[in-house]
Ligand binder design. Structure first.
Ligand code: PGA
Length: 256
């Protein structure tokens, strides 16, 4: 999947699944699924914080360590929180921010998402910023307006150089975990819209460099069509990242 200006990223989002003791066997199985040449693509597993140490032992040029959330604070009296420094110390190169599940259930507001992105960038970790509309917003033709708002709020105050390091995942809420995927055209339309927005805000050079992923029921069957779209530079994959064989199909598609 040669995107010319961007590398393809295939990122798994394990959510609250699997155990630390299962990480090694999973990675062993995934290694067998990896294509001979990555062709410039990267594979990331975004695992619960408890699994990071186990995953760090498996990391390689082909497999990067990812987390799913951090605290916006550097350190201090924040019982139960985990900082960007802590996940960096365990080798994390990526971290999901603003997933719709956290926006809905864990109070991740746009301001908080912005603060977490800043904390990650300061530690040299690439944020994977999730944005996406609800079914109601899509039905009312508010998709692009809402996504533009989310993107602008999340990137507020960042320098163009920082924006280049942010990976944006377009994840329509109605497609997450539902088995209902956006069509190739729907997904491309929004990813193109995000790139246009970046071009207007930060210029063509930056917008060409930002990796934009699609997420929402991407699987072994539908990945080829989605990944072939010109503005889709990879996937953020939930359910299908829990089985090495299924994830492997997507990884291979991304390296074509
Ligand atoms: P899904 O999840 O692939 O299971 O729909 C994607 C995500 O929530 O990142």
């Amino acid at each position: 999947m040669n995107k010319k200006y961007r590398r393809v990223i295939i990122a798994g989002n394990w959510k609250e699944n699997m155990l630390p003791s299962q990480v090694h066997d999973f990675c062993e199985a995934l290694r067998k699924e990896m294509p001979e040449s990555a062709n410039g693509s990267s594979v990331v597993l975004c695992v619960p914080a408890t699994h990071l140490a186990a995953l760090a032992k498996e990391k390689s040029r082909r497999l990067a360590v990812g987390a799913q959330n951090i605290s916006e604070f550097d350190k201090g009296a924040h019982t139960g929180e985990i900082s960007a420094d802590m996940i960096a110390d365990l080798g994390a190169k990526y971290c999901i921010v603003g997933h719709s599940e956290r926006r809905a259930s864990n109070g991740d507001t746009d301001e908080l998402v912005n603060a977490k992105i800043r904390a990650l960038l300061e530690r040299g970790i690439n944020p994977i910023l999730c944005v996406g509309e609800s079914l109601d917003q899509r039905d009312r033709d508010l998709t692009m307006e809402f996504i533009a708002y989310q993107v602008k709020a999340a990137l507020y105050g960042l320098t163009p150089e920082q924006v280049k390091k942010v990976v944006i995942a377009y994840e329509p809420i109605w497609a997450i975990g539902t088995g209902r995927t956006a069509t190739n055209e729907q997904a491309q339309e929004v990813c193109f819209g995000i790139r246009e927005l970046l071009r207007r805000q930060y210029g063509a050079l930056i917008s060409r460099k930002v990796c934009i992923l699609y997420g929402g029921s991407m699987n072994a069957k539908n990945c080829a069509g989605l990944l072939a779209q010109p503005d889709i530079d990879g996937g953020l994959i939930g359910g299908a990242s829990l089985k090495a064989a299924d994830f492997g199909v997507i990884v291979r598609e991304g390296s074509k």
